[in-house]
Design a protein around this ligand. Structure first.
Ligand SMILES: N[C@@H](CCC(=O)N[C@@H](CS)C(=O)NCC(=O)O)C(=O)O
Length: 210
């Protein structure tokens, strides 16, 4: 049976994982559509018709195509009523953390990871990698301090802010990002991974070589 919700994604994409995790945790029926990022599919003419920004994830809700993980998460939380804020102030707080994640955490972790494990060795630039991980470490300190006083990023229950911020943190073992200075983040991650229907990105989305 085909499902109304389809997610353009690939296993190594933390941005797509943010959305796939929402769908899994909420038990929402969905189908992955594999995008071959490593063969350049996001740059192809056919994919630019799906997303002119040339990025994964894209959520297709029937013929409606939604892009940007933060927007997709908000769309899904409105559609399902799950993992959303319980009042307007908390909604603004969610927006605040989504914007923070999309500028301070995810781009630095994701690009640092890409440069350090996916780029061919001869193209890697150690100074740039150090710069990106340096910025990610500063962001991680902010997150760790925030989570020292609370169980979830916003309010007292799981919201899409947690899912967005967690996107790349389940890959940290593979790119050797030392998590030990962030014990509150480790604890929060452990709680997330204990949730019913939690799955690792490689078990949720297609395309991982292993
Ligand atoms: N801000 C975007 C970032 C999306 C993004 O960077 N996606 C990567 C994969 S994780 C991508 O598709 N990159 C394609 C490219 O740069 O050519 C979001 O949150 O959806």
């Amino acid at each position: 049976m085909t499902k109304d919700l389809k997610l353009y994604c690939f296993a190594q994409s933390g941005n797509a994982y943010k959305v796939a995790l929402f769908l899994s945790l909420t038990g929402t029926p969905w189908e992955p559509i594999f995008v071959d990022f490593f063969k350049g599919e996001t740059k192809s003419d056919h994919y630019r018709k799906i997303n002119p920004m040339g990025e994964v994830p894209v959520l297709a809700d029937k013929s409606n195509l939604i892009t940007q993980s933060g927007v997709i998460l908000q769309y899904l939380s409105l559609k399902t009523g799950m993992f959303k804020a319980s009042n307007k102030d908390l909604d603004l707080e969610i927006q605040r953390w989504l914007l923070w994640d999309n500028y301070k955490l995810t781009p630095n972790l994701a690009t640092g990871r890409f440069m350090s494990i996916f780029l061919p060795k001869e193209k890697r630039n150690e100074a740039v990698i150090d710069f990106l991980f340096g910025r990610a470490k500063t962001a991680m300190k902010v997150l760790d301090s925030h989570l020292g006083k609370r169980q979830f990023v916003v309010g007292d229950q799981l919201t899409i802010a947690d899912l967005s911020i967690a996107g790349y943190l389940f890959f940290t073992d593979e790119f050797k990002f030392d998590m030990s200075p962030y014990p509150n983040v480790i604890n929060w991650k452990k709680n997330l991974s204990g949730l019913k229907n939690w799955k690792h990105p490689y078990d949720l989305m297609p395309g991982h070589p292993l």
